[in-house]
Design a protein around this ligand. Structure first.
Ligand SMILES: *[C@@H]1O[C@H](CO)[C@@H](O)[C@H](O)[C@H]1NC(C)=O
Ligand SMILES: *[C@@H]1O[C@H](CO)[C@@H](O)[C@H](O)[C@H]1NC(C)=O
Ligand SMILES: *[C@@H]1O[C@H](CO)[C@@H](O)[C@H](O)[C@H]1NC(C)=O
Ligand SMILES: *[C@@H]1O[C@H](CO)[C@@H](O)[C@H](O)[C@H]1NC(C)=O
Ligand SMILES: *[C@@H]1O[C@H](CO)[C@@H](O)[C@H](O)[C@H]1NC(C)=O
Ligand SMILES: *[C@@H]1O[C@H](CO)[C@@H](O)[C@H](O)[C@H]1NC(C)=O
Length: 197
């Protein structure tokens, strides 16, 4: 039932997002540093980060977060964000996946007052047309992440950011996307864990 619902919503989402480039279906893990302009290997964590545009998204603006290097010196992925000042209903990342497989998807958000605003933003995150998280911050200097196990229903999975009633500008620092297993082990259920540090 949920799978069907997601499939229908996904079809709607599909028409809203522009087609990114050609990529291979994700079979291992992909670490996306949103707003970054080049791929690099983090010398502390040894993680290979890739930029988000143009492979996974074609909308939004690259932003710089000056406070990241002092607050989280060991998290290179926090020094940039992609933010979405346009007022379209949603902005979506597209990830090539194998159908009927299970993936672990994490969206990470470090605000760091990158826009010099006097208020903390809030917005929503959706996966394949289902709103899975209200992204909120207790503090500009603390990052949050939202992690989900998702059963893919087609060959593409969408991670989208939507404005909420606050009308703040959505942004995102990093996305990790990991293949877990080929079989649809978790059925159509989307499970998620909220973590903040
Ligand atoms: C980092 O990754 C490279 C290539 O996979 C590996 O050779 C090296 O040992 C790793 N270094 C650390 C500190 O994990
Ligand atoms: C940052 O990484 C360095 C080198 O691995 C380590 O010595 C240090 O404890 C880390 N700092 C924090 C705050 O985790
Ligand atoms: C995915 O699973 C559904 C339901 O079991 C099945 O109808 C469909 O053919 C499968 N698709 C692929 C590509 O295996
Ligand atoms: C935020 O304020 C600093 C210090 O005034 C300034 O250098 C920076 O350009 C501002 N950033 C934005 C996005 O307005
Ligand atoms: C997001 O917040 C709205 C309004 O408070 C609430 O109805 C909804 O259940 C929340 N969604 C999630 C995924 O937490
Ligand atoms: C996904 O499937 C559609 C329809 O079956 C196909 O046109 C498209 O080329 C596929 N995309 C990828 C990245 O495999």
């Amino acid at each position: 039932m949920l799978t069907l619902l997601i499939a229908v919503l996904e079809a709607l989402v599909c028409t809203l997002s522009s087609a990114p480039g050609v990529w291979a279906q994700i079979q291992g893990s992909v670490f996306v540093d949103c707003g970054s302009v080049a791929r690099y290997v983090d010398s502390i964590t040894n993680i290979s980060w890739v930029p988000d545009a143009p492979d996974y998204i074609t909308t939004g603006v690259n932003g710089y977060v000056p406070s990241a290097s002092s607050i989280y010196a060991n998290f290179s992925e926090f020094t940039t964000v992609r933010y979405f000042p346009d007022t379209r209903a949603k902005n979506c990342y597209s990830f090539p996946v194998m159908p009927n497989s299970t993936y672990l998807i994490r969206g990470t958000f470090f605000y760091g007052n990158y826009d010099n605003s006097t208020t903390l933003p809030s917005f929503q995150m959706a996966i394949d047309g289902t709103i899975v998280a209200n992204v909120t911050f207790d503090n500009a200097a603390i990052f949050v992440y939202y992690e989900f196990m998702v059963a893919s229903v087609s060959n593409v999975t969408f991670l989208c950011l939507l404005r909420d009633s606050s009308n703040s500008v959505p942004f995102i620092s990093a996305i990790s996307f990991s293949f877990l297993r080929a079989a649809d082990f978790f059925g159509s259920a989307i499970s998620y864990f909220l973590k903040s540090v």
